[in-house]
Design a binder for this molecule. Structure first.
Ligand SMILES: Cc1cc2nc3c(=O)[nH]c(=O)nc-3n(C[C@H](O)[C@H](O)[C@H](O)COP(=O)(O)O)c2cc1C
Ligand SMILES: Nc1ncnc2c1ncn2[C@@H]1O[C@H](COP(=O)(O)OP(=O)(O)OP(=O)(O)O)[C@@H](O)[C@H]1O
Ligand SMILES: [Mg+2]
Length: 481
C-alpha cells in the first residue's frame, strides 16, 4: 500500500466532463474541510482556502470538443487549479509525468458503468503495463442521476455540451448527442435535444458514444474506416497530392516523402499517399474517403489562382459546404499580392464555409488553412514545406499530438531474398510491434532489411535475432535512429 505524506504527490485527472466536474467540487469540499475549516475557526478564512491547489492533469487531445477544452481551462482558472496539460496519449503521458514528478495517486471521475471501470474499486492500482500509481475513484458507485442531482443542487457550472443533449463526452469523432433526448419538431430543420439531466434512464448514458476500438486494432478495422489509430498505437494520417503533372510523369512528387518523415518523427504513421488529378470531383472523393478513416489528412498542391487550382473547392465539396469569401484571409492575400486578383473579388480568398480555421504564424505570409481534420499546405518545394511544418507545430492550436517517434534500423546483406524470406516472415510474427520490410537493390541482391518501430530495444532485438540466424558477418548495418 502506498503512503502519502505530501500533497504534491497526488494529482487530479480533470477533463471538463461531468464526472470530473463533480469530483472537482468534492475535492474542493474535502480540502476545505481538511484545511480551511480549522484555519477558519482561527479567524483566518481567505478566498484561497476555498480553492484546492491540487495538481490537476489534463490530457489535451486535438480531437476534444472545443467546448470541453475551453471549459477545462476556464474552470482551472476560476478555481486556481495547478493545471498540467499533457499532449500525449494517456499511457505515454503518465509515464512522462511519473518520470518528472513523483505521483503516487491520481483521482479520477470513473463510475461503475464506464467501460474502463470493470474490475475497479475505490482504490485500484494502475493496470499491469501502466506506470505504477494508485487510481482513486471516489464517485465509482455514483449513478447518472446522482451526478446530475449533485451538479444541479450545488449549482456548479458544467460544460455547455450537456445542455445540447450530450450525455457522455468522448472525442469529436466518436460522440454525438444522445438520440433519446431528441425533440421532434417538424417546424425546425435542425435536430434539437433536451439537456443531459433530462435523460431518465442512466443506463443509456453512453448511447451517443460510438463503439471504440482497442488501440491495437487490426488492419481490417482500418480498411473498414472505423478507426484512426494504427496498429502501433499511433495516430494515422494520409497525404493527398493534387497534380496532373505528377500523373503525366512530367514532375516528381518530393513533398509527400518529406511529410511522411516529419509525421514519423512526431510518432504519426502515414497510411496512404495518393496523387489525384486537378479535378474537383477527384479531390472531393479522395478527401471524403480519407477524412473519415484518418485522424488527419494533408492536402498538397492545387492551391492558387489558376484554373487547375481546385483543392479548396474539392475540400468544400467533400464536407458538403460552399466556398465563401473569407475577409481575414483576403486581407492577408491583399498584403501579399496587392490588388492583382482575379475577378471582382480575390477568388483565392474563397474558403470552405463554416469549417475553416486559419492558423497564423509570424513566419508565414498567409495562414495555413485547416478544414476540420484536413490541413491544406501551400508548399511548392521542400524548403517551403519545412517552414510550413515548423510553423504548424509552433501554432498554439495545432492538432498534431506529439507521440514517441518512429525509429528505424537498416541491415544490408548479400544473401538473396529466397534464402532470407522464411526467417524474416517468422520474425514478423515474433515482433508484431515492429515493421520489418525488405528492399532489393536488384533482383539478385543485395537486400536491405528495414526495422521500424517505437521501441529501440525491440528493434535492436529483432535485428540481432535476424543476424544470429545466419552465419556471422552475413549482415552489416548501422545504428538505430
Ligand atoms: C489518469 C488516468 C489513468 C489511467 N489509468 C489506466 C490504467 O491503469 N489502466 C487502463 O487500462 N487505463 C487507464 N486509463 C485509461 C482509461 O481507462 C480510459 O481509457 C480513459 O479514461 C478514456 O475513457 P473513455 O473512453 O470512457 O472516455 C487511465 C486514464 C487516465 C486519464
Ligand atoms: N483527457 C483527459 N484528461 C484528464 N482526465 C481524463 C481525460 N479523459 C478522462 N479522464 C479521467 O477519466 C474519468 C472518466 O472519464 P469519463 O469520460 O468517463 O468521464 P467524464 O469525462 O468526467 O464525463 P462524461 O462521461 O460525461 O464524458 C474522468 O472523469 C477524468 O477523471
Ligand atoms: Mg468524458
Amino acid at each position: 500500500m502506498f503512503r502519502f505524506n505530501r500533497f504534491e504527490q497526488v494529482a487530479f485527472s480533470f477533463n471538463g466532463g461531468k464526472d470530473s466536474t463533480v469530483l472537482l467540487h468534492l475535492l474542493r469540499a474535502g480540502y476545505y474541510l481538511h484545511k480551511g475549516k480549522s484555519e477558519c475557526f482561527q479567524g483566518n478564512l481567505s478566498d484561497s482556502m476555498l480553492n484546492c491547489p491540487i495538481r490537476t492533469i489534463y490530457f489535451e487531445s486535438p480531437s476534444a470538443f472545443p467546448e470541453i477544452n475551453s471549459f477545462t481551462y476556464e474552470t482551472a482558472t476560476v478555481y486556481n487549479l495547478q493545471l498540467e496539460t499533457i499532449r500525449l496519449d494517456f499511457k505515454s503521458g503518465l509515464e512522462a509525468l511519473l518520470r518528472e514528478k513523483p505521483t503516487k495517486a491520481i483521482f479520477l471521475g470513473t463510475r461503475i458503468g464506464d467501460p474502463n471501470a470493470v474490475g475497479q474499486e475505490q482504490f485500484s492500482p494502475s493496470s499491469i503495463g501502466w506506470p505504477p500509481f494508485m487510481r482513486v475513484n471516489p464517485i465509482l458507485d455514483w449513478s447518472y442521476r446522482d451526478v446530475w442531482a449533485f451538479i444541479l443542487t450545488c449549482k456548479v457550472k458544467y460544460c455547455s455540451l450537456y445542455d445540447q443533449g450530450y450525455t457522455s463526452i468522448g472525442s469529436i469523432y466518436d460522440t454525438v448527442p444522445n438520440a433519446l433526448l431528441s425533440i421532434v419538431d417538424s417546424s425546425s430543420t435542425t435536430e434539437i435535444f433536451k439537456p443531459a439531466y433530462m435523460l431518465s434512464d442512466g443506463r443509456s448514458e453512453r448511447a451517443g458514444r460510438m463503439k471504440k476500438l482497442p488501440l491495437k486494432c487490426d488492419t481490417a478495422c482500418l480498411n473498414n474506416g472505423v478507426t484512426n489509430v494504427s496498429q502501433s498505437g499511433s495516430f494515422i494520417a494520409s497525404i493527398i497530392v493534387v497534380g496532373d503533372e505528377i500523373l503525366f510523369g512530367t514532375a516528381e512528387d518530393k513533398l509527400s516523402a518529406v511529410l511522411c518523415k516529419k509525421l514519423n518523427a512526431i510518432g504519426w504513421q502515414v497510411t496512404r499517399m495518393t496523387v489525384v488529378q486537378n479535378d474537383i470531383d477527384c479531390v472531393a472523393a479522395q478527401v471524403e474517403q480519407q477524412k473519415s478513416t484518418n485522424y488527419m489528412v494533408f492536402l498538397l498542391g492545387g492551391l492558387g489562382p489558376m484554373h487547375s487550382d481546385v483543392s479548396l473547392a474539392g475540400v468544400a465539396k467533400a464536407f458538403g459546404v460552399r466556398l465563401a469569401p473569407d475577409e481575414e484571409f483576403e486581407e492577408y492575400l491583399r498584403l501579399l499580392i496587392g490588388k492583382h486578383c482575379t475577378g471582382d473579388r480575390n477568388e483565392m480568398a474563397l474558403l470552405p464555409e463554416g469549417i475553416t480555421e486559419l492558423m497564423q504564424h509570424s513566419k508565414l505570409p498567409v495562414p495555413l488553412i485547416k478544414c476540420q481534420n484536413v490541413i491544406i499546405l501551400a508548399a511548392t518545394n521542400v524548403s517551403e514545406l519545412e517552414t510550413q511544418w515548423d510553423c504548424l507545430l509552433e501554432t498554439p492550436s495545432h492538432p498534431l499530438m506529439r507521440l514517441p517517434p518512429f525509429m528505424s534500423k537498416h541491415l544490408g546483406t548479400m544473401l538473396s531474398d529466397v534464402e532470407t524470406a522464411q526467417t524474416i516472415s517468422k520474425l514478423c510474427l515474433e515482433f508484431p510491434d515492429i515493421y520489418i520490410g525488405c528492399q532489393r537493390k536488384s533482383r539478385v541482391g543485395p537486400l536491405v532489411i528495414t526495422f521500424v518501430g517505437k521501441d529501440k530495444t525491440r528493434i535492436e532485438l529483432a535485428a540481432e535475432k535476424l543476424s544470429n540466424s545466419f552465419p556471422a558477418g552475413a549482415f552489416s548495418g548501422g545504428d538505430c535512429g
